[in-house]
Design a protein around this ligand. Structure first.
Ligand SMILES: [Zn+2]
Ligand SMILES: [Zn+2]
Length: 373
């Protein structure tokens, strides 16, 4: 008695074609011999799953199975029979999952490589989008031979192994129809040509390293380290191959005045003791020019002031963030005798202990005592 194909695939008897296909793919992945190289039962299971799919994916065979419990194929032998030994499981797997290699195969050519470049901006450059011209190295079609790799006056000839196709393949009949499997031609590496008299500049490679120049538009608000992709500006391909892409990494130079955090800029400003105590209006250097800053009376060290709209925009523009200024308070390093007397007078007026200086006095004033916890 033949195995129930619905049971093998784990689908209900009224499963749709999509459900059957999806169940098959899942099981085929699980039991494929390439995935289970040392497990002979996996191959048997794979054949069983494939045989079940062969029946259920074909409306006529499925109807016949539903009606009679068998199909023509199964009447001839065991489930699946010798069929799969002829076809080869690898081909079926490739037909379904697009091959295992992941290589970019291309008739008559090899794709060019991706290339990297870097540009450096100043912080103020991120305020608006800007055009930036720069140079970078790429492989371009050889200027001597025009990219065909042959000495000028000579011509490449068609590769005898692949007849110019760049790939070698075979066609096989399987349950899924006729399947063509291809690999890159080992003789010409996919170019489809062979070069009897090589170009002296590129030695038949068809390309040479050049310095290219390009202008890119850099969006406003770009962050340090952002990479922009410029399609097709990498290295030229060989033959009919496509050019690679260019990846431009944008660096935003450190600005000694500002720390950047998203849209906001952070800076610090030291006030004198008198400025901090009395308050003041000061002018600081913003990113785009002078910025007037009001210092409140009694500003403490570490206090901050936020100036709206003096930061930077977010990526692709929009309103600018803020400038946040953190205040420090300077203690004067040297005082004249007169200045010291003024400060003592100040302390006296406020009812504070009156300092005598590090070597002055000699009596126990209010400032002397145990270290404060
Ligand atoms: Zn050349
Ligand atoms: Zn070839």
């Amino acid at each position: 008695m033949a195995t129930d194909p619905y049971g093998v695939l784990g689908v209900p008897r009224d499963a749709s074609a999509d459900e059957i296909k999806s169940a098959f793919r899942k099981l085929a992945r699980q039991y494929h011999p390439d995935v289970n190289p040392n497990d002979p039962t996996a191959e048997d299971k794979f054949k069983e799953v494939s045989a079940a799919y062969e029946i259920l994916s074909d409306p006529q065979k499925r109807a016949r199975y539903d009606q009679f419990g068998v199909t023509d194929d199964q009447q001839g032998g065991g489930p699946g029979g010798d069929f799969f030994q002829d076809v080869g499981v690898g081909d079926i797997f490739e037909a379904f999952f697009g091959g295992m290699g992941g290589q970019r195969r291309r008739t008559n050519g090899v794709d060019g490589e991706d290339v990297r470049a870097e540009v450096v901006l100043q912080l103020k450059d991120v305020l608006q989008s800007s055009e930036r011209k720069f140079t970078y190295r790429r492989n371009a079609k050889c200027s001597t031979c025009g990219g065909n790799g042959a000495r000028p006056g000579t011509q490449p000839v068609t590769c005898g192994t692949c007849q110019g196709q760049g790939v070698v393949g075979r066609v096989q009949q399987t349950i899924l129809g006729s399947i063509r499997t291809q690999t890159t031609c080992p003789t010409c590496q996919g170019t489809g040509r062979s070069i009897p008299d090589p170009c002296p500049t590129c030695r038949a490679r068809g390309r040479e390293a050049v310095t290219a120049e390009l202008t890119v538009t850099i969006p406003a608000g770009i962050e340090e380290g952002t990479t922009l992709r410029v399609g097709g500006k990498g290295s030229d391909g060989i033959g009919m191959g496509r050019p690679g892409d260019l990846y431009v990494t944008v660096h935003v130079a450190e600005d000694s005045r500002f720390e950047r955090e998203g849209r906001d800029l952070f800076a610090s400003l030291d006030l004198t003791f008198a400025q901090a105590a009395i308050g003041d209006t000061v002018t600081i250097e913003g990113l785009t020019g002078p910025v007037e800053l009001s210092v409140e009376a009694g500003t403490q060290p570490g206090a901050t002031k936020r100036v709206k709209g003096e930061g930077v925009p977010k990526l692709n523009g929009g309103p600018r963030g803020d400038l946040v200024v953190e205040f420090g308070v300077l203690v004067p390093k040297r005082l004249s005798a007169e200045e010291a007397d003024l400060l003592r007078e100040f302390a006296r007026k406020r009812g504070e202990p009156v300092p005598e200086g590090p070597s002055g006095g000699g009596f126990l004033g209010g400032l002397f005592g145990k270290k404060k916890k």
